[in-house]
Design a protein around this ligand. Structure first.
Ligand SMILES: NC(=O)c1ccc[n+]([C@@H]2O[C@H](COP(=O)([O-])OP(=O)(O)OC[C@H]3O[C@@H](n4cnc5c(N)ncnc54)[C@H](OP(=O)(O)O)[C@@H]3O)[C@@H](O)[C@H]2O)c1
Length: 335
């Protein structure tokens, strides 16, 4: 049995898109648990667009990852040694274990994973932060109501694909924006979206006028940029924009222009609210219960794209998000 733990550490802060020089692979002995701790053998790590922001030395909702620090991420793995009765050896757990093969945890923020409900990677997707982001972003920030017309960008991704399905389950008309015909077909044929707009081959503004002639009540924004402007131009009175993310600008080296159609918020007495899923931690039991029920009943399609290659593949796998090369939740198999 190996005694070595290989890890991905931040070597250098990237300017623009991260590349090989951003990361360093290091090795150290597998950590041994002290009282109250356990050691996890990491099976899968989560790849998230937000990771790009954590690499910049700027004030944000969490401190930046420090140079030399193991890259922060949520992961799922199995307990291989334990001095914590809540997490015995053999238990599958999720937690913020970092991009490494083995992690030490004191149990804070860790969750025992119920493999009978869904396989391990789903606990980083629909049953993890992306699923909770979709749930609270729509129901709380978007104040979703039956009969609403909802527009979702990044619709074929981890958050967007779940958000669209929740909106359908709650009686909304749902339009997704995604890149490419395969993603758009998946949205309408497999996930039940009412319409899908391929922003790479058609004008979002024009397609949106056709798909939502009376405008939209909610825009769940995952991408920012020009698609945000097209959405603002179609708001209805009292519309809500849930500002979840703006991936179109995450690797930009110049300041990004603000939305030029923002006066639509005034004209339509609309609101645009940014949110961070971590602020809903105390309400996660509510979101997890709803999501578990939908999964159990087969009412939500969950999809993960599992990449292989272990820690060495982390850098190139992360960049798949910025290339739009993932459908559903992107995860990397570590062991
Ligand atoms: N506020 C929060 O607490 C919170 C929590 C989790 C995630 N988020 C945000 O939610 C968004 C989605 O995250 P996710 O984990 O679900 O990622 P994801 O949607 O699974 O993956 C990213 C997707 O973004 C799209 N994309 C990339 N570059 C783009 C561009 N220039 N213009 C338009 N679309 C682009 C790509 O899809 P296409 O092929 O369709 O282009 C890509 O597949 C991100 O902005 C993320 O930061 C926020």
């Amino acid at each position: 049995m190996t005694t070595v733990n290989r890890q991905v550490r931040l070597a250098k802060r990237p300017v623009g898109r991260p590349d090989d020089s951003t990361w360093e692979i290091t090795s150290e002995p597998i950590p041994e648990p002290s009282d109250g701790e356990f050691t996890v053998k990491v099976d899968y790590v989560s790849l998230d667009p937000a990771m790009r922001g954590w690499l910049d030395d700027v004030k944000s909702y969490v401190p930046p990852v420090a140079i030399g620090e193991v890259m922060r991420t949520h992961a799922v793995g199995r307990v291989v040694a334990s001095k914590n009765a809540k997490f015995p050896e053999g238990q599958l757990v999720s937690g913020q274990f970092g991009v490494q093969e083995y992690a030490l945890s004191d149990g804070r923020g860790a969750l025992a994973v119920d493999e009978s409900l869904a396989p391990a990677p789903t606990w980083l997707g629909a049953l993890g932060f992306p699923g909770m982001t979709a749930y609270f972003g729509l129901t709380d920030v978007g104040r979703l109501e039956k009969g609403d017309t909802v527009l979702i960008s990044g619709a074929a991704g981890a958050v967007g694909s779940i958000a669209g399905q929740i909106a359908k389950l709650k009686g909304a008309t749902v339009i997704g924006v995604a890149g490419g015909p395969e993603k758009c077909a998946w949205l309408t044929e497999d996930l039940g979206f009412d319409a899908a707009i391929d922003y790479k081959s058609e004008s979002v503004g024009k397609a949106l006028r056709a798909a939502a002639p009376d405008g939209i009540d909610i825009y769940f924004d995952n991408v920012g940029g020009e698609i945000l402007d097209a959405a603002l131009a179609r708001l209805r009175k009292n519309a809500r924009v849930a500002l979840c993310g703006a991936i179109s600008g995450y690797n930009a080296t110049d300041p990004q222009p603000g939305p030029s159609r923002y006066l639509s918020l005034l004209v339509n007495r609309a609101s645009m609210t940014g949110f961070i899923v971590f602020d809903y931690l105390d309400r996660f039991p509510e979101g997890m219960e709803a999501m578990s029920e939908w999964i159990r009943a087969g009412e939500i399609v969950t999809r993960e794209q599992v990449e292989t290659g272990g820690v060495e593949a982390f850098g190139r796998t992360l960049n798949l998000l910025f290339d739009g090369a993932n459908t559903g939740k992107l995860v990397l198999k570590i062991s």
